[in-house]
Write a protein that binds this ligand. Sequence first.
Ligand code: PMT
Length: 386
Amino acid sequence: MMDLQNKNILLGVSGGIAAYKSVELLRLLKKAGADVNVIMTDSAQKFVGKTTFEVLSENSVLSDLFLDTQSSVKHIELAAGADAAIIAPATANTIAKFAHGLADDALSTTLLAVTCPVMVCPSMNTDMYQNIRVQRNLDILEKDGWVILDPDSGILACKTVGAGRLPDPWFIFDRVEAMLVKKDLKGKNILVSAGPTVEPLDPVRFISNHSSGKMGYSIARAAERRGGMVTLVSGPVSLDAPVAVECILVHQADIIVKVAAVADYKPMDPKPRKIKKNENDKDLSILMTQNPDILKLLGKKKTKDQFLVGFAAETDDLEKNALLKMEKKNLDMIAANIVGSSDSGFKADTNKVKLFFRDGSSFDIPLMAKDKVADILIDKVIEKMG
Ligand code: PMT
């Protein structure tokens, strides 16, 4: 989860049944350290009481420009201090007001004064959502630079099935975080590999490794948030796929980050049936054969505009082994990490990485969350790519 400390967020709630989900969204924003000011329309208060938002936000809720505040320009103060505004749920009426610059309540008036990024989360009956007027209004807002979060499809409050459901609070939260990140990878295609490989021995057993995918998924998530078009090639992991990570053709990638723990060897002759225990044989030998080195192949095919990043998982001689791999695989950068300790490498949520570059320089990333390592690694890629 990103640190939203020192961020001022406006949460606009308009009158739909999904207003209850905004309570959870508020909790997620607060948990991430944001200062949240809630603005409610009259109809929103018919669905969820003001008190709930006031208690959880630790701020008074703005709902009436004339009655509620000590300051006569509270809406201007809120708008001026906001780092981001989220309207969830956004009804057809509220969207129409935004699109046409109306200012007849606390929410529409405040939103007319904001200069920060705004995310609108439409939520309504499918026919209303698909209505040409609503779509036209959403188009206007999008063209003005506001982010429109498409609603989910599913069973709606009116018992119909279709598009119009407010997405889950964690998803909205994820997209708010993404909205606040600088887009320094815009226009770049990025390929990330993550997780373990699995090589079968027989129909029951396999040879694999301890990679959880956490490091690679963190890099894919960070790259997507920074505006990149990310393809994630993943081995079997128990992680949720990062949001909005798309598939593109591998050869088109501008940046390739190979975090996957790929088997160097696989069983030469995987058996079609389960290998039975033989009481007379105390030992079992498995003949292994080398797998193709994907990174090395990519290094050979690398174009002059591509930036190729490998990882080196080592138990000893970190620097020597990493530099050798960078050379052999024709990499622009290698991220070396020690595996075998509980707070870095495999499975851990944290990692300690040393980056080595083609120009002979290096950079130490001390022990920190893999999400943070991912961002620093991307900073360095961008810096080196110029
Ligand atoms: O997934 P986590 O639990 O978060 O753990 C993260 C990690 C420890 C797996 C990760 O940080 C890491 O070090 N990944 C690389 C693991 C690895 O296979 O390292 P290696 O030194 O064996 O391989 C060097 C590079 O060549 C790697 O980029 C690897 O993807 C690539 N390779 C290796 C063999 C092969 N046949 N083809 C390859 O492309």
